[in-house]
Write a protein that binds this ligand. Structure first.
Ligand code: NAG
Ligand code: NAG
Ligand code: NAG
Ligand code: NAG
Ligand code: NAG
Ligand code: NAG
Length: 492
C-alpha cells in the first residue's frame, strides 16, 4: 500500500490549503429556520419595512443577498423568469471579491430558460421552490461541444446548453432545503427517441473549469439528459441529493464527474434511466489529447435504482484516465449491474486503483460487469493502437440477492484486465447456473466468494487477507459547513 500513502501526501495539503480559507470549525445544526421578524416600529406585512431572515448551513456564507422576486421574478409556473435569473446573477456577480452573493429562490414555481452562475455565489432554493426548465427549445442556446469529446454525446456538432451552467468559476454553492429543480425532460426524451433533435440535449447542471463546487440538499427531477455534470473541475462535494427520472428515460444519468479531481459524492438517492453515478474523462482521440483524468473520487452512502444501467459506471468515456476511486456503503435495488467498467480499443488511458466495499444489492443482472469492447466511438478516426489499461480493481464485503449472474468480466484479448481482487462476496442467484462467473481476459485473485469466482481469479482461500481499501485521507475530508444567516430587509 506504499502507493496509496504517497497519494495522500499530494492530496491532503491541497485540500487543507483550499479549506482553511472557507472552513469554520462549527458544523451547524440540521434544520433551516425561516421567519419574518418585525423591525422596531415596523409592521408585519412589510408596510413599515422589515427583515426576513433564516439560518442555513453551507460551505461558505455570503455577504450580499437578493431574492429572485426582486428582479421581477414571478413564481406562477407560467411566466418566464429567464431575464430575472440573468439580472439577479449579474447583479450578484459584482460581489465576487466582496464577500460573495446569495440568490434566494422563494417558494413558487419559477419557469426559466438556461442561466449561468458566477463565482463566490450561492443559489439557495426554499423547500417549496421549484425551478422549472422551459420547454421552449428556442430559449436553449447552442454551445460548443466539450473539447474532450470532440462532438455532442447524442450527435455530431454542438449541444444545447445546460439549464444551470457556469464556466471558470470559483466557489459555487447550489443548495436549499430540498427545493426542486425540474428539467421537464419528457419533450426532450420523445424528440430524442424520434431523432428530431439537431443537437445534443442539455444537462440539468453543468459546471466547467471550476473549483470548489458544492451541490447539496436538493431534488432534481426529469432532466433532459445527465443531471449533474462537473467537468474539468476540482474540489467538489455533492451531498444529500435526490435525483428522480423515469427508469426508461434516455441517458438520465445521476452524477457524472468528468475529468474532475477531488470529488466527494455522499448521501444521494437516485432513481434513473441510466447510470446513477458515471465517472468519465473524455472520448477516444479527443479525450486522449485533452488528457485530463478523473481522480481522487469518493462515493459514500449512495442508494440507487437503475433497472437498465449501473449503480456506478467507470467509462465508457475514460480516455483521460480514471484513477483512485473509492466507493463504500452502496445500496441498490433493481439495477442492471453493480459496478460496471466499460472501455474499448481506441479509448487509450486507464482505469486503475478502484476500491469498492460494503455493497448491499437486491435484484440485479450482474453484480460485477467489465467490458473491453464497448462499441461506441465519436467517429472513425480513433487510434486502434490506443489500448486502455484496466488494473487494480478491488471489490469486497458485497452481499447481493436475486441476481441473474454474479459477474461478467470481459477484458481485451491483447491487454487483459489485471490486478482484480474480489473478497468476501456472497451472491444469491435467482436460479442456480453452471457458470455464475463468466471471465475472459482478466487476471486476479479471490477469497471468500460464493459462488466461487472463475479460475482466472485464483482462489486464495477464505483465510486470505481481504482486498485492499485505502486508509489514507479521502478527497475533501477537510470539508466543513459554516452556519450562515440569510438576512434581507425590505422597504416600506
Ligand atoms: C443538508 O441538510 C441537512 C438536513 O437539514 C443539514 O444537516 C446539512 O447541513 C445540509 N448539508 C449541506 C451540505 O447543505
Ligand atoms: C453560459 O456560459 C457559456 C460560456 O461559458 C455560454 O456559451 C452560454 O451561452 C452561457 N449561457 C447562457 C444561458 O447565458
Ligand atoms: C476557462 O478556463 C479554461 C481552462 O483554464 C481556459 O482554456 C478558457 O480559456 C477559460 N475561459 C474563459 C472564458 O476564461
Ligand atoms: C426530498 O424530496 C424528495 C422528493 O419529494 C423526497 O423523496 C425526499 O425524501 C426528500 N428528502 C429529504 C431529506 O427530505
Ligand atoms: C427477483 O428478480 C426478478 C427479476 O429478475 C423480479 O421480477 C422479482 O420480483 C425479484 N424478486 C424479489 C423477491 O425481489
Ligand atoms: C464480510 O462481509 C459482511 C457483509 O457483507 C460483513 O458483515 C463481514 O464482517 C465481512 N467479513 C469480513 C471478515 O470482513
Amino acid at each position: 500500500m506504499m502507493e496509496l500513502q504517497g497519494r495522500s501526501s499530494i492530496s491532503l495539503p491541497l485540500i487543507l490549503a483550499t479549506w482553511l480559507l472557507v472552513a469554520a470549525a462549527f458544523i451547524g445544526p440540521a434544520e433551516c429556520i425561516r421567519r419574518k421578524r418585525q423591525l422596531p416600529g415596523g409592521s408585519e406585512d412589510g408596510k413599515g419595512g422589515g427583515v426576513e431572515q433564516f439560518k442555513y448551513s453551507a460551505a461558505a456564507c455570503r455577504a450580499h443577498t437578493a431574492s429572485l422576486a426582486d428582479f421581477g421574478g414571478v413564481g406562477d409556473g407560467a411566466t418566464s423568469n429567464t431575464a430575472a435569473f440573468h439580472a439577479a446573477v449579474s447583479h450578484l456577480s459584482q460581489f465576487a471579491s466582496d464577500g460573495g452573493g446569495l440568490l434566494f429562490v422563494p417558494a413558487g414555481r419559477w419557469l426559466t430558460g438556461p442561466f449561468n452562475l458566477t463565482s463566490s455565489f450561492t443559489l439557495f432554493l426554499h423547500r417549496d421552490a421549484v425551478i422549472l426548465a422551459t420547454q421552449d427549445i428556442k430559449e436553449w442556446p447552442i454551445i460548443d461541444p466539450l473539447p474532450s469529446y470532440g462532438r455532442g454525446r447524442d450527435g455530431p456538432g454542438g449541444r444545447y446548453s445546460s439549464l444551470i451552467g457556469g464556466s471558470n468559476l470559483t466557489d459555487v454553492i447550489i443548495t436549499g432545503n430540498n427545493g426542486t429543480i425540474d428539467g421537464q425532460g419528457a419533450s426532450w426524451w420523445s424528440q430524442f427517441h424520434s431523432n428530431k433533435l439537431k443537437y445534443t440535449r442539455g444537462y440539468l447542471i453543468e459546471l466547467m473549469h471550476s473549483n470548489q463546487i458544492f451541490i447539496s440538499n436538493l431534488t432534481l427531477l426529469n432532466s433532459p439528459a445527465w443531471n449533474i455534470h462537473p467537468v474539468y473541475s476540482s474540489n467538489i462535494v455533492v451531498s444529500g441529493i435526490t435525483i428522480l427520472a423515469p427508469v426508461h428515460s434516455p441517458n438520465t444519468d445521476g452524477i457524472n464527474p468528468d475529468s474532475c479531481y477531488n470529488v466527494r459524492i455522499e448521501d444521494c438517492y437516485i432513481v434513473s434511466g441510466d447510470d446513477c453515478v458515471a465517472i468519465k474523462s473524455g472520448w477516444d482521440e479527443y479525450g486522449i489529447s485533452y488528457g485530463m483524468p478523473s481522480q481522487h473520487i469518493v462515493i459514500r452512502r449512495l442508494t440507487c435504482v437503475s433497472p437498465t444501467s449501473a449503480v456506478i459506471a467507470l467509462g465508457s468515456e475514460m480516455s483521460g484516465g480514471i484513477r483512485d476511486v473509492r466507493a463504500e456503503d452502496i445500496t441498490a435495488l433493481n439495477s442492471e449491474s453493480g459496478i460496471r467498467i466499460k472501455t474499448a480499443v481506441g479509448r487509450g488511458a486507464y482505469v486503475k486503483d478502484v476500491f469498492v466495499r460494503r455493497m448491499n444489492l437486491n435484484t440485479m443482472k450482474w453484480v460485477f460487469w467489465m467490458t473491453g469492447s464497448y462499441k461506441s466511438h465519436p467517429d472513425d478516426k480513433y487510434d486502434p493502437n490506443a489500448i486502455p489499461v484496466v488494473d487494480g480493481i478491488s471489490y469486497s464485503e458485497v452481499v447481493a440477492y436475486n441476481v441473474t449472474m454474479a459477474a461478467r468480466l470481459e477484458g481485451i484479448p491483447s491487454a487483459p484486465f489485471t490486478g482484480i481482487c474480489v473478497s468476501n462476496v456472497t451472491v444469491q442467484l435467482a436460479k442456480s447456473m453452471k457458470t455464475p462467473w463468466y471471465c475472459a481476459d482478466v487476471e486476479g485473485v479471490s477469497s471468500g466468494v460464493t459462488p466461487s469466482a472463475c479460475a482466472s481469479l485464483a482462489d486464495q482461500g477464505a483465510a486470505a487477507a481481504p482486498c485492499p481499501f485505502p486508509t489514507d485521507a479521502s478527497p475533501m475530508d477537510g470539508f466543513q459547513l459554516q452556519q450562515c444567516t440569510y438576512i434581507k430587509s425590505y422597504d416600506a
